[in-house]
Design a protein around this ligand. Structure first.
Ligand code: 5GP
Length: 187
């Protein structure tokens, strides 16, 4: 089977910019959850690179003697969005959301918030599991595209209404391994 040819891309957020901001987010989250147990809940698949770097940034925010700490547990969910021409897209939970989340502090780690539908469905589902707290950390936010209001507690970058790839985000399952965020150029 031959590989599909990829589109050229232009960098929107560089690797160093991403890593600097993730370091800041990790430090902020560390302070907010100090001496607590926190469940990082990654939304598959787009958040995986962000999730891994954020988890390490939270660890690195500790002082050398580790007198303060945040105990992290990893959990994952997967959602799928269905689209037809007559209705706005509907979102369905297809994997995850275990009973372990009950009575826990949960931080949802999302790649990008666009219409807000995915997060809304996930937050509604989590509430049925009776967690202690639920907050949201999204690497990217496209506020101009919002269709349902959602609270995003930690935001990496606000971006304009443009389709982006890289650092976990795909186009037809490609580009996820770019270490930066890019916009595809038409050819
Ligand atoms: P929402 O439910 O907020 O409309 O959409 C969230 C999901 O849509 C994201 O988790 C992501 O999978 C997808 N998405 C939204 N905008 C983009 C984009 O610019 N690029 C990519 N690759 N996916 C996007």
């Amino acid at each position: 089977m031959s590989a599909t040819k990829s589109f050229p891309e232009s960098v929107l957020i560089s690797e160093s910019c991403l890593q600097n901001r993730i370091r800041e987010l990790g430090a902020q989250i560390f302070t907010d959850y100090e001496n607590k147990e926190l469940v990082l809940l990654g939304v598959l698949r787009g958040s995986v690179l962000f999730f891994a770097d954020l988890a390490r940034a939270i660890f690195k925010a500790q002082d050398e003697n580790r007198t303060r700490e945040v105990l992290l547990r990893f959990e994952f969910v997967q959602l799928m969005s269905y689209q037809d021409s007559t209705r706005p897209s509907t979102v369905k939970l297809i994997r995850g959301g275990s009973d372990y989340l009950t009575e826990r502090h949960i931080l949802i780690v999302e790649d990008i918030v666009d219409t807000g539908r995915t997060l809304t469905l996930l937050c509604e589902h989590l509430q049925t599991l009776n967690p202690k707290t639920v907050k949201v950390c999204a690497l990217l936010d496209k506020p101009s595209q919002r269709q349902v209001p959602v609270v995003v507690d930690y935001i990496g970058f606000e971006i304009p209404d443009t389709f982006v790839v890289g650092y976990g985000l795909d186009y037809a399952q490609q580009y996820r391994n770019l270490p930066y965020i890019a916009v595809l150029e038409p050819i």
